[in-house]
Design a protein around this ligand. Structure first.
Ligand code: FE2
Length: 425
């Protein structure tokens, strides 16, 4: 007798009529017509069951602080950074923990069970680091939180930047971050990339840098990051986040850069909600979109994820931990409306970020972790179109969240009374 069976599931690879058997925290069967009984059975009704959503790029130390101490008037990245600086002296560990836990509740309800969050290490008190390390432990039973030591004010530009970052790593922060485009000069930016990659290599850690988050077509830090990833043998462990300058770069240069990134095994994270609102703010018309070249990077075989980046903080006033909203925005901004392209957008908030985070046992497969989400959708494209309701969220074999199906009851003469927005051909 099994603990849990999900019957009549559609999987993200297109298989239909599949039963998923779970024993304790592991998947033990994925097959049609599973002959077994279980303590609990969930009837999926042919709807989509996916491994959980994964957010490869987030800022949990600033989340849910929107409007404190004031609102970002210009809407730019730089005013956001300045505003965060104004807020820092008023942060307390209790408030940071409270907001982060509230956000993790939102995440779980949306089937988002793994998050890589950057944490600002420039405050010498390392308040946010301590707070998020505490949160990482606290949410561990239901959410994997991976932390990146992020020198928001610049590794070399902020006093004590490197020392603080090392202290954060010593405390147990998982990944080495950086922000080369915010250093004083292009060469200091490049130097910061070298220092940080060597530090990560020494410690056997992954790297994930905010890289070229600007509209400057001459910003070249992703090239430097790829160079050091290759030089230090860190293929598959290094990620460039944002990479918005790639949108504005010369096409000839990009034709050299993308193969270099592929060769160096560097992954890319676009943050469509934030990139489309922050970038191009110095343009009149036409205004650049500012998101990196997602379809071209994917076509070159580079692992590309979409991150949420911000929710209700100095940089972004909206958001609800919904990675399908992120995928939908990415799809629109990158004009990825082909069938395969839309499916790739779903992968960019599931399998691709799981690869970037290095999550073990991720996916609906025998022996894998019994973490999954039943969506009110028939397939990946439907899931994005509908920003589908997360009917059931399962972690380690246990149901941890349920949401009622989205339907509307109409009162129209001579028309069916119930609407669920699914096309039945
Ligand atoms: Fe970011």
């Amino acid at each position: 007798m099994l603990d849990l069976i999900l019957r009549n599931c559609t999987l993200t690879d297109g298989r239909t009529g599949i039963d998923i058997g779970i024993e304790a925290d592991r998947i033990v069967a994925v097959m049609p017509n599973l002959v077994a009984t279980a303590g609990e059975t969930i009837e999926a009704g042919g709807q989509l069951v996916t491994a959980p959503f994964v957010d490869a790029h987030f800022h949990m130390d600033s989340t849910l602080s929107y409007g404190l101490p004031r609102i970002n008037q210009s809407g730019t990245l730089l005013e956001g950074i300045a505003l965060w600086g104004e807020l820092k002296p008023f942060l307390t560990q209790e408030l940071l923990v409270e907001r982060a836990l509230a956000y993790c509740d939102w995440a779980v309800a949306k089937g988002l069970l793994a998050i890589r969050s950057h944490v600002d290490v420039c405050d010498p008190r390392l308040l946010a680091v301590d707070a998020l390390l505490h949160v990482r432990d606290k949410v561990k039973p239901y959410l994997d939180l991976q932390l990146v030591a992020f020198p928001q004010d610049g590794l070399l530009r902020a006093p004590g930047g490197l020392a603080n970052l090392i202290r954060a790593l010593d405390k147990g922060v998982d990944v080495v971050g950086g922000i080369p485009h915010f250093e004083r000069t292009m060469s200091e930016g490049a130097e910061s990339v070298r220092i940080l990659c060597e530090l990560a290599a020494e410690r056997g850690l992954r790297v994930d840098m905010h890289c070229d988050e600007s509209d400057d077509p001459m910003s070249r830090h992703i090239e430097t990051l790829a160079f050091h990833a290759q030089r230090l043998g860190m293929q598959g462990r290094v990620t460039g986040s944002h990479l918005t300058s790639m949108h504005s770069m010369d096409n000839y240069y990009v034709s050299k850069l993308i193969p270099l990134m592929h060769e160096a095994g560097v992954a890319a994270i676009a943050n469509p909600l934030i990139n489309i609102t922050l970038q191009g703010r110095h343009d009149s018309y036409p205004k650049r979109r500012g998101m990196t070249r997602v379809p071209e990077l994917m076509a070159a075989g580079i692992v590309v994820a979409f991150g949420h980046d911000c929710v209700m903080d100095p940089w972004y006033p909206l958001g609800s931990a919904d990675m399908l909203e992120v995928a939908q925005m990415g799809l629109h901004v990158a004009q990825m409306t082909g069938q395969d392209a839309m499916r790739n957008c779903f992968d960019a908030v599931t399998t691709a970020p799981a690869t970037i985070l290095g999550l073990d046992g991720y996916g609906i497969a025998i022996g894998g972790k019994a973490d999954m989400v039943l969506l009110q959708a028939r397939d990946k494209v439907d899931a994005i179109r509908l920003r589908a309701t997360r009917l059931v969220v399962i972690r380690a074999g246990k149901v941890i969240s349920r949401t009622p199906a989205a339907t509307a009851m109409l009162d129209l003469p001579g028309r069916p009374a119930e609407v669920d927005w699914i096309v039945r051909n």
